[in-house]
Design a protein around this ligand. Sequence first.
Ligand code: FE2
Ligand code: FE2
Length: 354
Amino acid sequence: MALDAPIDSPEQAMEHAKARTLISPRFYTTDCEAMNRIDVSPMRAEWDAHMLEYAGDNNHDHFQRTGDFTAEIQALDPELRQEFLDFLVSSLTSEYSGCVLYNEIRKNVTNPDIKKLMTYLTRDESRHANFINMSLKDFGLGVDLADLKATKHYTYFKPKYVMYTVYLSEKIGYARYITIYRQLERHPELRFHPIFKWFERWCNDEFRHGESFALMMRADPKLLRGFNLLWIRFFLLAVYATMYVRDHTRPALHRAMGLESDAFDYRVFDICSEITKQVFPLVLDTNNPKFRAGFTRLFELAQAAERAKERGGVAGLVKRAGCAVAAAATFGRLFLMPVKKNALPEQVRVAPAW
Ligand SMILES: [Fe+2]
Ligand SMILES: [Fe+2]
């Protein structure tokens, strides 16, 4: 079953969710013994206030379906329908990836702060994943999440890398959902599916999840200096590049919302860079024309590799290898570009003000 085939059966939806391409959302495992050693006490006051917000659970009644879902689903043109389904499946996979990882940590740690946090995070992500899956079920394309958990490939990351990537995924998730929500708030006539109405309160969960990881990292300053600055740079670039390439494969989806993939992504990067100043001492220079040219090149290479794959044979294989080398070189150049430095603020937490 090919990944470029349309998602028109539950098996195809599952195949997409399980995909192991460079731009597919992954599932992670980590070292729970090491997670036990995380000490949030340097951030105790902010941490405790933050935990009270989770306990308040202001979204407990949010993920309820209304009649809108059965009444409002419009017939979508085939291109938009495919890109939207791809968006739903990859969003579901990302949400569920969080759910699986957080639940695994919850079960295996004894550190009471981390256990409590992971309980709240699992609660939220399971709501998010199930809510998206209900929309897929409306199309007859629900994903069997227990099966996905049992059969998808897992990537091991040590806790430090989990913190950098998960923090970024949560904040990018917020920035993406709020950008879409604000656009459709201005243009309700472009809201072609009811799920977008849920994004505002939903993305506040993602924002809060990111805050938890920000506090954990600020509690352990060595994660944010020295050689680790290179890791931060690497993960920022990898997470941004993955999002960029993936989003540019969905031009019709963005067009339908009155957005354009490039403008949408750079808006998301702007928001994300602004937020990450709470914890990372550097931000990528995403508005530099050289940086943007590098991202355009990465997408072109991904497309060329895709075409070579379709062509197949030895020539296709050689072409794909060439694309991979060129993409690695482009990534390397982007990695070496100057970054913008910033001093970390005294108070870690910021408000979801976008
Ligand atoms: Fe989520
Ligand atoms: Fe989240």
